[in-house]
Design a binder for this molecule. Sequence first.
Ligand SMILES: NC(=O)c1ccc[n+]([C@@H]2O[C@H](COP(=O)([O-])OP(=O)(O)OC[C@H]3O[C@@H](n4cnc5c(N)ncnc54)[C@H](OP(=O)(O)O)[C@@H]3O)[C@@H](O)[C@H]2O)c1
Length: 330
Amino acid sequence: MKMKAIVYEKYGPPDVLVLKEVEKPTPNDNAVLVKVCAASVNVEDLDYLRGNSWAVRMLGPLKPKYSTLGFDVAGCVEAVGRNVKAFQPGDNVMGDLFNYGFGAFAEYVCAPEEALVLKPASITFAQASTVPSRAILALQGLCGKRQLQPGQKVLINGAGGGVGPFAVQIAKYFRAEVTAVDSTTKLGMLRSIGADHVIDYTQEDFTKNGRRYDLILDVSARHSIFDYKRSLCPKGLYVMVGGSRATIFQVLFLGPLISMLGDKKMGLIAWKPNKKEDLEVITELIESGKIVPVIDRCYPLNAVAKALRYFEEGAPKGKTVITVDPDNKI
Ligand SMILES: NC(=O)c1ccc[n+]([C@@H]2O[C@H](COP(=O)([O-])OP(=O)(O)OC[C@H]3O[C@@H](n4cnc5c(N)ncnc54)[C@H](OP(=O)(O)O)[C@@H]3O)[C@@H](O)[C@H]2O)c1
């Protein structure tokens, strides 16, 4: 049996991606065959496409390790391997396949059962495809070290992309006072999902305005670690999710030292994908309407290259989604 998939055989820009007929995968005894309804676009897809990080080149020095990208997926279970207990054909699921070979920019993908959870019934497949990796990163970044307290001042830097809108809404759920930082066009969306204050980073440098925060969650770290330290209240916590290589190195090497010598704590989170307890929390928050995924645009499967270009240009307010089965509106 054949299926359509977006494949690439060499590293490069989005133009190297082609829509092809390939073999439909067959699940092994521990895997689930998912009919993909939607898959969202992430920066890691671009890293794997362009092969511009050492981690990607270690996996595939000369040519890509995986032929089809896409790892945040939502769809319908079509078949299950004989050892699969948690799912049956017809279940609607979502999952993060980052550690399981990608492959979601296709009509079907196989996934081990531990990579999947049931899709919350209250959201569409397109919305569900934005959740698995980004909502987990937001939750683990905000709630990893200590419980957020009502009234605490939380700043989310780079709040307008994939992780940020989940982080803003989770922090509001904990009744924090939230400041969201991003570029001009994203500020309206950030206000609409509950941010108390917004800062346009193209106009104002939050590390120089004299305000202090109990928690800074940094999705787009570009400043020096000392700038961030200055923006923390006494006993404040700085959590880096992503950003420039220079800041990653500073946070990795100086963060533990600063944390040991003073009362401010600074570090980088290590993402724990598919953590079931975290996904349960996120699912509950979604079902109760406390968090709503934010989608900027949807593209069909044959326009993955266009979607990646759009994402790369930095324009999306929230997530960019590939709707593989646009008829399925559940
Ligand atoms: N720590 C871990 O274990 C781990 C695991 C997985 C992923 N990650 C990291 O998590 C991050 C992914 O986050 P995401 O999905 O939210 O990314 P995203 O969708 O690309 O969003 C990033 C946001 O930051 C904004 N931004 C760009 N430059 C900025 C600046 N100087 N100041 C403030 N905001 C700025 C962007 O807006 P404009 O483009 O409009 O400026 C965009 O809205 C990546 O860095 C990834 O490497 C970390």
